[in-house]
Design a protein around this ligand. Structure first.
Ligand SMILES: Nc1ncnc2c1ncn2[C@@H]1O[C@H](COP(=O)(O)OP(=O)(O)OP(=O)(O)O)[C@@H](O)[C@H]1O
Ligand SMILES: [Mg+2]
Length: 518
């Protein structure tokens, strides 16, 4: 408690006294939490003005707890003294989570009077968070509160399957990408129109959402950027026309304008016109717009009619060229192939040599290790350095492969063993055969992706996997460069970045008998 000044201590004592005046039988709670390893630093009434109320405590976890579960600096504790637990308390607690940035977003400890609270409130608790319920009675009678809390954390936080996150990563699930993020942000601020390309599940959407989130917050003196996100895969079937898309973009832009406090009141009914009006209004404030179009392939692969897809792209190009200081855009997708040709069918390709290409590979080595270590630690798994080596070698830092492998490990360790449980290279190696089976489809997709990137890539990869010499020279260098940019080959070594992929190729293709010739 040394970090807290005396005045704060007095305030805390007064608040806590208020709490105990309302609920005398809860007097011991603070001391019990202290013994469990949670040092209460502030106490607040949930509904000020009412005679009696639920209370929220902020607590500092002990160093040991903090380390064992990778907790944030503070933990939220809800004291719900009612005979019947209140749904409203959960709502208020969730508001607190949104406001208090230092508190651990993964869980709240909920001390209740009502023994059926968990069953009663379960449905109102958001999926992303754990509410750990304990009755006041249990907390007060437990001879070893520290062991009790550890066990609860282990069981609740240990059983979360944090690696198994199939959706784009946000909040505490997002790791690293510092260099990529910085480069993207700089390109956007410079007004470039970008093509962000990367393998399936490599993290394009996660990165772009984070970028949009940062722009929405807008801090500092930089030019304001107002993002509009459009996920083409999420577009309703009936909206899959150019008109439908423009209507959707207009709606999203109107919402972002409100959020950014851009005033452009004379709304015209023509959607193109309205969007230009919003661009102009932002321009007057020195702000610029960024359209982020995810899964751009849908525009060109038959889900939209080709002419509708091209019409949208032509329009965006035209506006970006006409108002470079007000508007630019990012197209994100698996590969550049669809956007590369000069003509599409009988129409000129509006994106031909127009986009600045930003390839996205797997995560940087250190960042990926940090992700595994931290997600592991939050679940009571301690990955050793050599275990991390194996993960990096197998996956090349491709985040969804990393998550698949991490989840296999996680699933194999019983909760009772997590004090924390050590995971070393030998333990990891036991999961590799199963990992190989689980990612079989992903490997097939990698072959496809490689061929999309470069038509002769598969030949090259087969030679490389079986260590049969290949032609060398310009063609080889060009193919290797392309495969490196997508994180299939290693930039320095001209070897596989994803070892699992090399093993898969060896298992699925015979060794080429001769060196290929260009
Ligand atoms: N920076 C990151 N930190 C942690 N996990 C990540 C990160 N980026 C991506 N992931 C994980 O990788 C997987 C794929 O992420 P995401 O959906 O962003 O990739 P994508 O390239 O957009 O995929 P798709 O090809 O399906 O569009 C998800 O499981 C996500 O949680
Ligand atoms: Mg995506």
């Amino acid at each position: 408690m040394s970090a807290i000044g005396n005045t704060n201590l007095v305030v805390l004592q007064e608040c806590f006294d208020d709490f105990v005046r309302q609920w005398p039988e809860w007097a011991e709670v603070r001391g019990r939490l202290q013994r469990a390893g949670l040092d209460v630093t502030s106490a607040r009434e949930l509904n000020t003005g009412d005679k009696r109320s639920s209370w929220i405590l902020l607590a500092l976890p002990s160093k040991a707890l903090h380390q064992a579960f990778d907790l944030a600096p503070e933990v939220l504790v809800l004291c719900a003294p009612w005979e019947i637990a209140q749904v409203n308390d959960i709502k208020r607690l969730e508001e607190t989570f949104r406001r208090e940035l230092r508190v651990d977003q993964g869980f709240a400890l909920v001390i209740v009077q009502d023994t059926s609270a968990q069953a009663r409130l379960g449905a109102t608790i958001p999926e992303a968070r754990r509410y750990i319920f304990v009755t006041r009675d249990r907390l007060q009678t437990e001879p070893d509160p520290q062991a009790l809390l550890r066990e609860m954390l282990r069981n609740e936080l240990g059983g979360r399957r944090l690696f198994d996150n199939r959706r784009p990563a946000t909040g505490p699930q997002f790791f690293g990408r510092a260099r990529e993020f910085e480069a993207l942000e700089r390109d956007v601020r410079l007004g470039h129109c970008l093509g962000l390309y990367g393998l399936r599940k490599v993290g394009k959407t996660s990165l772009l959402r984070r970028l949009a989130g940062k722009f929405r917050q807008h801090e500092g003196t930089n030019t304001r950027v107002i993002p509009v996100e459009l996920d083409l895969l999420a577009v309703d079937y009936k909206q899959r026309t150019n008109a439908g898309l423009i209507a959707g973009l207009r709606k999203a832009a109107d919402e972002e304008a409100i959020n950014a406090r851009i005033e452009a009141p004379r709304a015209v009914s023509d959607h193109h016109g309205r969007i230009l009006q919003l661009f102009e209004a932002a321009g007057r404030l020195g702000a610029r717009w960024l359209f982020i179009v995810d899964e751009f392939e849908s525009l060109l692969d038959g889900r939209f009619t080709l002419s509708d897809g091209i019409e949208l792209l032509s329009w965006m190009r035209g506006v970006a060229q006409m108002h470079p200081e007000r508007f630019s855009f990012v197209l994100a997708g698996r590969n550049r192939r669809l956007l590369a040709p000069a003509r599409m069918g009988r129409i000129d390709n509006p994106m031909y040599r127009f986009l600045r290409e930003v390839p996205l590979a797997g995560m940087a080595d250190e960042e990926c290790r940090t992700m595994v270590r931290r997600l592991g630690r939050r679940m009571g798994l301690a990955f050793s350095a050599d275990a991390l080596d194996v993960i990096m070698r197998e996956t090349g830092g491709h985040p969804s492969l990393v998550r698949t492998l991490g989840d296999l490990v996680d699933q194999s360790v019983p909760l009772a063993a997590r004090n924390p449980a050590q995971v070393d290279a030998a333990a990891l190696a036991r999961h590799l055969p199963r990992f190989g089976r689980e990612v079989d489809d992903d490997m097939r997709e990698l072959v496809q992706a490689a061929e999309d990137i470069e038509p002769r890539a598969l030949e090259r990869l087969k030679h490389l996997a079986h260590r049969v010499p290949w032609i060398g020279g310009d063609l080889e260098a060009r193919i290797d460069d392309a495969l490196e940019r997508y994180g299939i080959l290693d930039a320095q070594a001209h070897a596989f970045r994803i070892d699992r992929f090399a093993a898969w190729l060896r298992a699925n293709y015979r060794a080429p008998v001769t060196a290929a010739h260009g």
